[in-house]
Design a protein around this ligand. Structure first.
Ligand SMILES: NC(=O)c1ccc[n+]([C@@H]2O[C@H](COP(=O)([O-])OP(=O)(O)OC[C@H]3O[C@@H](n4cnc5c(N)ncnc54)[C@H](O)[C@@H]3O)[C@@H](O)[C@H]2O)c1
Length: 255
């Protein structure tokens, strides 16, 4: 499509499905080589695996089975990316959501949410930073959420994990900026994916009506709209952007 990401080597966690899949496809469209790092190959929503679609379109993509809650897996995904050249872009996108009232959250649910979302992002950033410090710098993009900015009673452990990602992003922007590594976060609003369809049952329910009524643009977002923000943060278009919380939420957070 463009040459915005030509010759860039990118790891996208959780890229089998949903938003991560759209980011991986968009990165490949803009010329990047992509490592799809996920616990599953097949998209949750169905269809062909992301890496196969990219390969069949003539792009460069590899799949690395990765559980982001295991730092060794993240190191391995980054090492595979390094085989394509120096790692330029890391997207910590893998995430899980439990829609549960505060008093009903179990320790196991809390641990899973924090392990995948907060710990997975923390060690994803660490694995990427180590590789980028040995290279020419880079761009790290963390998927937070509007739930990392304002609290929601319906998913308290998710809010805690996404708030952690926001502050981690600011800390690392301060730490790694001087090394030529930009660290930014994307905060999507409600976006159509299996997370909002199957896990939180927002899509096509009264919950969707509540979101769309509150959202100035009057609809849910699409994964491709988040992917466009990721392309911006991955590319030189955002060369002076560091420590940013980029809302992609139809205006719901600030109105
Ligand atoms: N969909 C939304 O409305 C929305 C809104 C704000 C933020 N987000 C965030 O965007 C990101 C992507 O969400 P989505 O809607 O595409 O979700 P999704 O459920 O459609 O896809 C998530 C992907 O992450 C993978 N994954 C889950 N646990 C993993 C693990 N331990 N290791 C590796 N991969 C793992 C899944 O296999 C899946 O492919 C998440 O971080 C989510 O919190 C989503």
């Amino acid at each position: 499509m463009t040459e915005l990401l030509t010759d860039r080597v990118c790891v996208v966690t959780g890229a089998a499905s949903g938003i991560g899949r759209s980011i991986a496809l968009a990165f490949a469209d803009h010329g990047a080589a992509v490592v799809v790092a996920d616990i599953r190959r097949e998209p949750r929503e169905g269809g062909r695996p992301t890496y196969e679609v990219i390969q069949e379109d003539g792009g460069t993509a590899r799949f690395v089975e990765t559980d982001v809650s295991n730092p060794d897996d993240l190191e391995r995904a980054v090492a595979v990316a390094a085989e394509e050249g120096a790692l330029n872009v890391m997207v910590n996108n893998a995430g899980v959501l439990e829609w549960r009232e505060f008093t009903e959250v179990t320790e196991a649910e809390y641990d899973r949410t924090m392990d995948v979302n907060a710990k997975g992002t923390f060690f994803g950033c660490q694995a990427a930073a180590k590789a980028m410090l040995d290279g020419d710098g880079g761009s790290i993009i963390n998927l937070s959420s509007t739930a990392g900015i304002r609290g929601a009673a319906a998913y308290p452990s998710y809010c805690a994990s996404k708030g952690a990602i926001r502050l981690l992003t600011y800390a690392l922007a301060d730490d790694l900026g001087p090394e030529g590594i930009r660290v930014n976060a994307i905060h999507p609003g409600a976006v159509e994916s299996e997370m909002t369809r199957a896990d939180s049952r927002v899509v096509d329910t009264e919950r969707e009506d509540a979101f769309t009524e509150e959202t100035p643009l009057g609809r849910l977002g699409q994964p491709e709209e988040v992917a466009d923000a990721a392309v911006y943060l991955a590319s030189e278009l955002s060369s002076y952007v560091n420590g940013e919380s980029l809302l992609v939420d139809g205006g719901i957070s600030n109105t």
